[in-house]
Design a protein around this ligand. Sequence first.
Ligand SMILES: Nc1nc2c(c(=O)[nH]1)N[C@H]1C(S)=C(S)[C@@H](COP(=O)(O)O)O[C@H]1N2
Ligand SMILES: [Mo]
Length: 413
Amino acid sequence: MPKSEIDRREMLRLAAGTALAAPWLASATSALAAQAPSLDPRLPSGVATEALLEALPGKAPLIKLAYRAPNYESPLSVFKDTITPNDSFFVRYHLSDIPNVNAATWRISIGGEGATTPLDIGFDDLRKNFEPVELVAVCQCSGNRRGLANPHVPGVQWGVGAMGNARWKGARLKDILAKAGLKEETIEIAFDGADGPAVDATPDFVKSLPLWKALDSDTIVAYEMNGEPLPHFNGFPARLIAPGWTATYWMKHLTRIEARTKPLDNFWMKSAYRVPARLFPSTQRFVSQESPANTPITEIMVNSLITSPLSAEAKSGETLTINGIAWDGGFGISSVEISQDGGKSWTSAELGPDLGRYSFRDWQISLGRPPRGKVDILAKASNAIGQSQPMTAIPNPAGYHHNAVARLALTVV
Ligand SMILES: Nc1nc2c(c(=O)[nH]1)N[C@H]1C(S)=C(S)[C@@H](COP(=O)(O)O)O[C@H]1N2
Ligand SMILES: [Mo]
């Protein structure tokens, strides 16, 4: 282990002793003792030394990046499972007033200028009066891996774990909208959740989708996650699932659905979650929110992650197997290729079962028994429309869509 690595581990051990108690930790029954997390070794040292493992109520220990509003990412070890367990699923909020919602009294109101017959529905209506649908989809924060951005950009310094993959069950948004009767002039559907700003400085978090995405049969209002009610911190009792699109649109604790005849004009649409026009190879557009210079972020870019081995050392004489996951914005993963020579030559990994086009796809490759020394392993996924990962992430002001090829520097000893 190099000296810097020993220092880093020691720092983590020391830092772990000084966990700050967030207000909602007071009632936590789960493990409060902070431990040093399994961090991605590529993170800048500042990120690594500040990160702590801490459990929110009802959750397993996650890497705490901020606690007011709560921002906790999943440790790398969580991604050995294709489906992310509910208690290890990452947590991201913009606002710190997060009420405990009582499902018995909770309502979603559906209205707006574009609705002919506004209505509101409760938890039982949602489950019983709409045809249930299930799909597996990746929920990935637009800023996942921002902490790896080079040059550094401001914002939550996420590592690789601001994402998760779950089986969601819920009602189609288009079936709910049909009850509200959409007028022809409707161009966007907006969503609000029960959480709000604790102080007035932050604008309320409200997001919209273009009508075409809202009416997609796969866009659902989910009330189950992996066969269980949603965890409080992942949006209980119901949240929006916009499969293939980054998680900024996946409104939690949904309370309001608004059919709009004009573009939603707030901070979260006009200033945040935007990328320079034509910088990324997105194919899905949000025309009513586009400007000549930039566009709202839309679908997830093709990406991959090496999930095993987790250590930077391998033993000579033992077969080296590399495992990982790959995912994209819903076109489907077509291949994952591995290079051991810095990208000159590539070998195909074996893909695991297909859980649906919005899901993580497992992959695996055996590299035989590599000789002693250093080996730099690259993994690059491609999707069904021929997109693949760039060698380095595409710089942009907010550090979104970080999808550089996955890399693991191993020393065979
Ligand atoms: N009500 C509400 N929903 C929200 C947010 C929020 O701040 N409040 N953040 C969004 C963002 S940016 C992300 S990345 C995802 C995170 O989902 P998770 O906390 O279930 O992992 O929730 C989305 N939905
Ligand atoms: Mo996000």
